[in-house]
Design a protein around this ligand. Structure first.
Ligand code: 13P
Length: 226
C-alpha cells in the first residue's frame, strides 16, 4: 500500500471539499487530504492533514494556528517545509525544525518537504541541497517520530508539468533513504492521472504528494483509484 497526499494549497470552497472527500474512497492506497483550515470541517470521512503549523505552542501570535489546535480540529498529519512556505514566508531549516518538534510533541504525523530549485538542479547540486534540508534530522528517528514521511518535491516540477525521469526520482529517493533510516519517501511535482502509475511503480517511491490534480475531482478520483 502506498500513501497519496492531496495538498489543496489555498484553493476550494465547501462544495469542492465535499466532492473531493467523496472522490477519495475507495482506494487501495492510504489517502490523506490537506485542505485549507477553513475547509477541515467540510472534508468528512477521510484522514486529514494541515498544510503548515505555528512554530509556537500558544500565545500572542495573531493569525497563527498551533499544532495542538490542528490536532483538536481533526488533523492527523501536517505538511512542513513546503517550498512555497520556504519561498513566500522565508521559512528556514531552523524554523522548520522548531515546527517539527512542536508538531511531534502534539502527536501529529509529519510530511517534511525537501527539494532543489531549477538553478540548483541545473548546477548539479540537488543532492547537496536535499542533504542540507535534512541535516537537522538524526539518521535514526526517535520512536516519538514514528509517523514521519519525507516528500521529495523538486521546485522546478511543482505546477510546471515537468517531472524528473523515473531514474532521477529513484536516485534521489535512495539518497534520502541513505540519510534517514527506514523513512517513507513520497514524490511530489506535477503528479497527474497520466503519470501516477509509473511513478508509484518505482520501488523507492512510497507514495505521492499531489497539488493541482488533487483539486480536480475527476483527476483526483483517477489518482486515488490508480
Ligand atoms: P503540483 O502537483 O501542482 O505540481 O504541486 C505539487 C505540490 O506542491 C504538492 O505539495
Amino acid at each position: 500500500m502506498k500513501t497519496i497526499v492531496a495538498n489543496w494549497k489555498m484553493n476550494g470552497g465547501h462544495v469542492l471539499a465535499h466532492a473531493l472527500a467523496a472522490a477519495s474512497t475507495p482506494s487501495k492506497h492510504k489517502i490523506i487530504l490537506c485542505p485549507p483550515l477553513t475547509l477541515l470541517s467540510h472534508t468528512k470521512g477521510v484522514t486529514l492533514g494541515a498544510q503548515d503549523c505555528s512554530a509556537e505552542h500558544k500565545g500572542a501570535y495573531t493569525g497563527d494556528v498551533s499544532a495542538a489546535m490542528l490536532k483538536e480540529a481533526g488533523c492527523e498529519w501536517v505538511i512542513l517545509g513546503h517550498s512555497e512556505r520556504r519561498q513566500h514566508h522565508q521559512e528556514t531549516d531552523a524554523l522548520i525544525q522548531r515546527k517539527l518538534d512542536i508538531a511531534s510533541a502534539s502527536h501529529l504525523g509529519i510530511i517534511l518537504c525537501v527539494g532543489e530549485s531549477l538553478a540548483e538542479h541545473e548546477a548539479g547540486k540537488a543532492e547537496d541541497i536535499v542533504k542540507k534540508q535534512l541535516s537537522f534530522l538524526p539518521r535514526h528517528l526517535p520512536p516519538t517520530m514514528r509517523h514521519f514521511m519525507i516528500a521529495y518535491e523538486p521546485v522546478w516540477a511543482i505546477g510546471t508539468g515537468l517531472t524528473p525521469t523515473n531514474e532521477q526520482i529513484d536516485t534521489m529517493h535512495q539518497f534520502i533513504k541513505a540519510q534517514v533510516a527506514d523513512v517513507k519517501v513520497l514524490y511530489g511535482g506535477s503528479v497527474k492521472p497520466e503519470n501516477i502509475q509509473e511513478i508509484l511503480a518505482i520501488p523507492s517511491v512510497d507514495g505521492a504528494l499531489v497539488g493541482g490534480a488533487s483539486i480536480d475531482p475527476s483527476a483526483w478520483k483517477k489518482i486515488v483509484q490508480s
